[in-house]
Design a protein around this ligand. Structure first.
Ligand code: C6P
Length: 424
């Protein structure tokens, strides 16, 4: 037992009883988790930065390179046709995952960052003029701030910011007041990467649509944890990253409502985004190809498709129930650590636990935990304005995935005891 009240034994196996979810079996699907770090079992609590990859995703990608690799949409030969089918099948899997109405509404991109930049530089360029406004929130990741700042600088528009309270919840009445006749777009995270807060997207969409403003949702941190249904949310754009949802890096998706995508100019110029090119005039391809210039990340898309299959096999609800149980266990356990303050205590949140511990620098916490085999992220988490809102330069952040267990939390709490010992 650690120096704290927290007793690992007392809570053991509660999670399994709550959700009937076999986390040990889930862990076996992730070969990387079996290794030891500095002679200690790896405790991976950094899934919000990037998730680990199940064998099924690794296999799907190597199968592609071993047996299917060829350029897509370009060749008449067997492999090219096969690669094209696999790539387009992956698009259909993303469509199913998001419950989008049409497969043409899914654009493959590098990740959430590129998806948001794409919307800012296409939809935004057309619709946002001098004097207009783009509304974001105080809890956004830099990826959902900087592209809008750039657009505002280019267009002379104004960036407005909806505030949050001390728990890390959006102040909806203030957000509502900030949506005015000049609001051309509301861009908001579904889930905060620092606080774990789940934002009430449906309600925000209602408020924005009532004033004629479309809504882009940054779904980077929601897609791995929640059942996402873009039609139920009613949003106009939804961005996600493959690597945070057990897929590979370098691939992500932008959902855009068909009418909006069809009216948007291209993002980048090059191969595959055209119907015809002459030196006098180029005719652009239809969505989604209009937005996918150049040879795409084919293996990445196929890996993302395999990740979606993996998530589907586990079941979004089962994953959410499991992660909520581990989150509750972690909240109880961390409450026993003297001097620890959680940042982000929203009623509706996912398994992201940001904290500060006395006046110990988060980097020191991260470094000491690392030697115990415990991987967390420390720093500003690419959300500097949010850090400023809480008067902090940095936090330590432990984040959960479908493979996280009570044992990981026990190791974290034991590691924090070690941190405190070293700073006594
Ligand atoms: N957050 C984190 O440790 P990319 O890098 O494009 O895959 O995702 C960007 C991004 C956008 N929005 C949110 C809410 C995010 O959390 C992230 C990535 C990681 O929190 C890396 S900074």
């Amino acid at each position: 037992m650690s120096e704290f009240e927290h007793s690992p034994q007392r809570h053991a196996s509660q999670v399994e009883l709550v959700s009937g979810y076999d986390v040990e079996r889930v862990r076996q699907a992730f070969p990387i988790l079996a290794q030891r770090i500095y002679g200690k079992p790896l405790v991976y609590l950094d899934s919000a930065a990037t998730s680990q990859k199940p064998q099924a995703v690794i296999d799907a990608m190597s199968r592609f390179f071993l047996a299917e690799n060829a350029n897509v949409h370009r060749g008449v030969h067997y492999l090219s046709v096969r690669a094209t089918e696999a790539y387009e099948q992956a698009r259909a899997k993303v469509q199913g995952f998001l419950n989008a109405e049409r497969v043409e509404e899914i654009v493959f991109v590098r990740g959430t960052t590129e998806a948001i930049n794409l919307v800012a530089q296409t939809y935004g360029k057309v619709h946002v003029q001098a004097g207009d406004e783009v509304l974001i929130s105080a809890m956004e990741h830099h990826s959902n701030i900087v592209p809008w700042q750039m657009l505002c600088e280019q267009s002379g528009a104004r960036l407005r910011v909806a505030p949050i309270d001390d728990a890390g919840e959006l102040l909806l009445d203030q957000l509502e007041r900030l949506i005015g006749p000049r609001t051309r777009l509301v861009a908001i995270s579904h889930v905060s990467n620092v606080l774990g807060t789940v934002n009430p997207i449906r309600r925000i969409v209602e408020l924005a649509h009532a004033r004629g403003a479309p809504v882009l949702v940054d779904g980077a941190q929601a897609a791995p944890h929640l059942q996402v249904d873009v039609r139920e949310l009613g949003c106009d754009f939804y961005a996600l990253s493959g690597h945070k949802m057990y897929g590979p890096t370098g691939i992500g998706a932008l959902y855009g409502r068909r009418e909006l995508l069809e009216a948007m100019p291209p993002y980048q110029g090059g191969g595959d985004m055209i119907l015809s090119v002459s030196f006098e005039k180029t005719l652009y391809n239809k969505p989604p190809y209009r937005f996918e210039a150049g040879t795409p990340n084919m293996a990445g898309a196929i890996g993302l498709g395999a990740a979606i299959d993996f998530l589907g096999e586990l079941g979004a609800q089962a994953i959410a129930a499991h992660e909520q149980a581990v989150l509750a266990y972690a909240q109880r356990a961390l409450a026993t650590v003297p001097g620890l303050r959680l940042i982000g205590t929203a009623a509706d949140k996912v398994g992201v636990l940001s904290f500060v511990l006395d006046d110990i620098h988060p980097h020191d916490i991260g470094t000491i935990l690392d030697r115990e085999g415990v991987a967390i992220r420390t720093g500003h988490h690419c959300a500097q304005p949010l850090m400023q809102r809480f008067g902090l330069a940095a936090t330590a952040r432990a984040s959960l995935g479908c493979y996280s267990s009570e044992r990981d939390i026990d190791a974290l709490v034991a590691g924090l005891a070690r941190v405190r010992e070293m700073f006594r």
